[in-house]
Design a protein around this ligand. Structure first.
Ligand code: CA
Length: 241
């Protein structure tokens, strides 16, 4: 399940949100101000940030603006939380690039629904929905990867890191991901792990996919990184359309 960073200076609200998120299966980190939030993001990119507007020191709005201006955090999904209900504030919040905006007090049910909606759009790998590409099916709920070969369903034997890598690639197909981006999003560590680690696991992933004829789904883009294509080339001997 996904990771959520909650940036909220009011301890009671932060704790309430944390409990609901944990109950729903998310991993939660809490930061009480912009500085702590920035430090948390510098360590590991969360799948989503719940960002309180009114914080001591730098405001949530300023923080969101800073994230949008930096390449590494530009696509970080952000839901702004605020006590303000005025329309102009809402517009300002969405203008900074927040993905959604929630006015306090809100119900836990509404919060969860908004989080799922934003994740579905922006970070589908953080959700439990099954994904399928070229007949290859990955189900995060059962942690199974399967594909039919000659009409028979076959299970792919795959290690935990390769599973996460495949999940991320399948939920972001046709896009080129640099090694640094993959370390950030799949390993959650862009500082201490060497980029060639990615190459090692991509190699293992292709080997795992070979028995179900899907190795070619993971493409190397020279000088750029890796991409998951959505179409396997037709097998040799099949007739051209
Ligand atoms: Ca506050």
């Amino acid at each position: 399940m996904g990771t959520v960073l909650v940036v909220e200076d009011e301890a009671a609200i932060a704790e309430l949100i944390r409990l609901h998120l944990r109950h729903a299966g998310y991993q939660v980190t809490v930061a009480v101000d912009a500085e702590q939030a920035q430090a948390a993001v510098d360590r590991v990119l969360p799948d989503l940030v719940l960002l309180d507007w009114m914080l001591p020191g730098q405001s949530g709005l300023q923080l969101a603006r800073r994230w949008r201006a930096e390449a590494r955090t530009r696509d970080l999904p952000v839901i702004m939380l605020t006590a303000r209900a005025e329309e102009t504030d809402k517009v300002a919040g969405l203008d900074t690039g927040a993905d959604d905006y929630l006015t306090k007090p809100f119900s836990p049910k509404e919060l969860m629904a908004r989080i799922r909606a934003v994740l579905r759009r922006r970070a589908p790998e953080a959700l439990d929905s099954a994904v399928e590409i070229a007949g290859l099916r990955l189900d995060p709920a059962t942690r199974r990867v399967t594909r039919a070969v000659d009409g028979q369903p076959r299970e792919v034997r795959i290690g935990p890191t390769e599973f996460r890598l495949l999940h991320f690639l399948m939920t972001h197909p046709e896009r080129v991901h640099s090694r640094a981006q993959l370390l950030d999003r799949v390993w959650g560590d862009h500082v201490f792990i060497e980029e060639r680690t990615v190459d090692v696991h991509v190699k293992r992933l292709r080997e795992a996919l070979a028995p179900v004829h899907c190795s070619a789904l993971v493409e190397t883009v020279r000088g750029a990184g890796y991409r998951m294509t959505q179409q396997l080339a037709a097998p040799a001997g099949s007739s051209a359309p």
